[in-house]
Design a protein around this ligand. Sequence first.
Ligand code: ADP
Ligand code: MG
Length: 280
Amino acid sequence: MRSIAVANQKGGVGKTTTSVNLAVGLARAGQDVCLVDLDPQAHATLHAGVQPGLHPCSAYDVLVGGASLADARVRAADRLHVIPSHIDLSAVEMALANRPGREGILRQRIEADDACQGRGDGVHHDAMIIDCPPSLGLLSLNAMASVDEVLLPLQPHFLALHGLSKLLETMELVADRVNPRLRLLGVVLCMYESSTRLANEVARDVEGFFAAGGDRHPAWAGARVFRTKIRRNIRLAEAPSFGQSIFDYAPDSHGAEDYAALAGEVLQAAVERREVRRAA
Ligand code: ADP
Ligand code: MG
């Protein structure tokens, strides 16, 4: 199973919008997807059409209470399951304060679920997408300790690159200590306004940053800036309150076009990675 955490410690950059619409974009491309909502605000849960708090089990119970992924998994749509968030997740740091190995809990639950899939029981997923909260605390650490890839949404803003180093540092730490497979899949520019000079400049800066050579940590050395830029589109902002992905809410919008293209690029990246591995 492929696993991708959508992370950026800044709020309002497009993490949740990207998590949900990428998950549904991949599902529409034929993948069985599990969307994990690790943000206590539960916006991804709502956006995917699942009512937080309605189900007896949530990501909180998985992390704190010993529940399995199967206990918390809700079927949201064709090929899409959701591990719902719960407001209690905001207290997870306190609840796990004295628990040894607390960064690795989600990873253990995913491995246990994989083992079930391997035995032929449980639900098979081709991909898992984890929506992270806007911080680099225990929830994001659990996500990064669990996945192979991080997808970083950036809003073209003059301080966009500023927050990047903190995230890359955190990835390096997690890769060195607990999850050597961790790689930055790439950066996706969100709420992009191609007509503004600022957006174009930031895009160039970010591309330059990743293209520059030098001594880089393997966790992010091979990252790309996705060709697809998610344009600012009001439909994307409206869709969550209907509990619908952009593909259901406004299939003919720029938002649907952009997220379908991003899903295509994300799928293509996996093909390229397999080819590189085979050639090595
Ligand atoms: P984060 O999860 O990083 O906090 P969100 O995905 O929730 O960010 O996005 C922040 C706000 O911007 C939300 O209200 C969302 O609906 C809106 N939004 C996200 N992407 C776009 C876009 N491309 N065009 C217009 N609005 C967007
Ligand atoms: Mg969010």
